[in-house]
Design a protein around this ligand. Structure first.
Ligand SMILES: [Zn+2]
Length: 122
């Protein structure tokens, strides 16, 4: 999902993002994976109520991914840490650092999915 930085605060890339990445020690602040680290992804089917949903699961070791493998192949994925807006307010130029969190792709997607679900209820 490409990010439209034009809507972000003008100092996002020069100041805010580097400050949050430094606080996070270049790691996802949810799961601890490091920026640009290689992880091993497999797809699993998870039963939710009566439906099966495909979920991507990441492993730090290839051996662990292969042990859980069913049909698909293990895929190498490079972790990319992005800064998540905890209030989902990308247009807020006054956002405070404690409402920003460094997250890997999976944590960011899951965080946003929870919000999407919440919004769909209203
Ligand atoms: Zn993460």
């Amino acid at each position: 999902m490409p990010i439209d930085y034009k809507k972000y605060p003008p100092n996002w890339l020069s100041e805010i993002r580097p400050r949050i990445m430094k606080r996070a020690n270049n790691k996802c602040e949810c799961c601890g994976l490091e920026h640009k680290q290689i992880v091993f992804a497999i797809k699993l089917f998870v039963r939710i109520d009566k439906n099966y949903k495909q979920r991507t699961i990441w492993f730090r070791n290839l051996e662990d991914a292969e042990r859980e493998l069913m049909q698909d192949k293990v895929k190498e994925v490079k972790v990319v840490i992005t800064i998540a807006h905890l209030d989902h307010d990308e247009l807020n130029h006054e956002v405070k650092d404690d409402r920003l969190k460094a997250m890997c792709q999976i944590c960011h997607l899951r965080y946003d999915a929870k919000e999407k679900y919440r919004r769909s209820l209203f």
